[in-house]
Design a protein around this ligand. Sequence first.
Ligand code: NAP
Length: 327
Amino acid sequence: MEYQELGTSGIKVSEVTLGTWSFGWPGSDTEQSIKTIHSALNNGINFIDTAGGYGNPKGSSERIIGEALKGRRKDAVICTKVSIIEHNADYSNKRFGYDFVMRNIEQNLERLQTDYIDVYLSHFYNPHVSIEETMRVFSDLRDQKVIRAFGVSKYDIPELQEIAKYTKIDVGQYDLSIFQRRFNEPSAPDHPPASPIEPVLKYANENNISLMCFGTVTRGLLSGRFTGTEHFPKNDPRHQDPIFQGDTFQKHIDAVEKMRPIAQKHGKSLAQLAINWALHQPGVTTALVGGRTPEQMTENAGASGWQLDQEDILEIEKLVKSLQKAQ
Ligand SMILES: NC(=O)c1ccc[n+]([C@@H]2O[C@H](COP(=O)([O-])OP(=O)(O)OC[C@H]3O[C@@H](n4cnc5c(N)ncnc54)[C@H](OP(=O)(O)O)[C@@H]3O)[C@@H](O)[C@H]2O)c1
């Protein structure tokens, strides 16, 4: 496993990050989630991503991480996000405001069983709260040593430029994969429309903002494990995701199969190829991958420490372009 610094924070993180969105939902296996965290750590993955809003009840993912890291907190770098205060929908217009963040962090710390958070992110841009206010509360938390670094998730270029007037951020988190070149997609009703990722990659690269990109295996699709006959239950995000429907699903499966010889040439799996591709995009410091099992994290760790050739990258681009034309 190779490690990179997050921005100018001095924090070194593994090139592969464990994403824990799938932890802590009714019916999910807590013991397996804890084993998945331990597997990630044992495979050199020291960076764990979560959010106050993950799981049901909200925050369950953070609670599982807190349990898993008992006695080994220092082995991990934790990234969590200011998200949601439960049972208080009226608060939505104040999301990421000063008091909102201060209340949230108390809850993040309690659930994670820790007295500091390594990386704290604003989960998405809220036009009702000024960026100056959000950056002020993050800077205060860093000065108080409650957080070590901070950043944002899914903010567009104008918002990043606005942030730069007040402070320097170290981290940005965005959707990016071989199949996904736009962020904020699919969008929730109150989310801004999808934007192309390339300008963000360029901006981050030029401004020393470390990108953590997520969705790198497109919910397992890029691992080559699907046949097209799968039926995803209603509580699975793939149930509604357009890429997993009908003819579109099959065409993507066919494109993934055409990438298999490239992975084989490097002695790697398709999941490792997909994560490696994302990891080497400009501005990207670490590729997030949501692992559900210990075995997946052992495999995913193998995405670091090697690099696709230029000819492989061109071949992958060709496949993506012909897929877009066929749609
Ligand atoms: N900032 C944000 O707004 C935001 C949004 C979304 C996600 N995230 C973060 O990014 C993380 C990853 O995103 P994601 O979960 O949406 O997408 P993802 O990483 O593309 O997909 C994760 C899923 O891929 C499958 N998978 C992982 N490794 C595999 C392997 N080696 N072989 C086969 N299948 C494999 C697993 O599916 P099964 O469950 O079927 O095994 C897993 O649940 C999240 O956990 C979260 O931490 C952040």
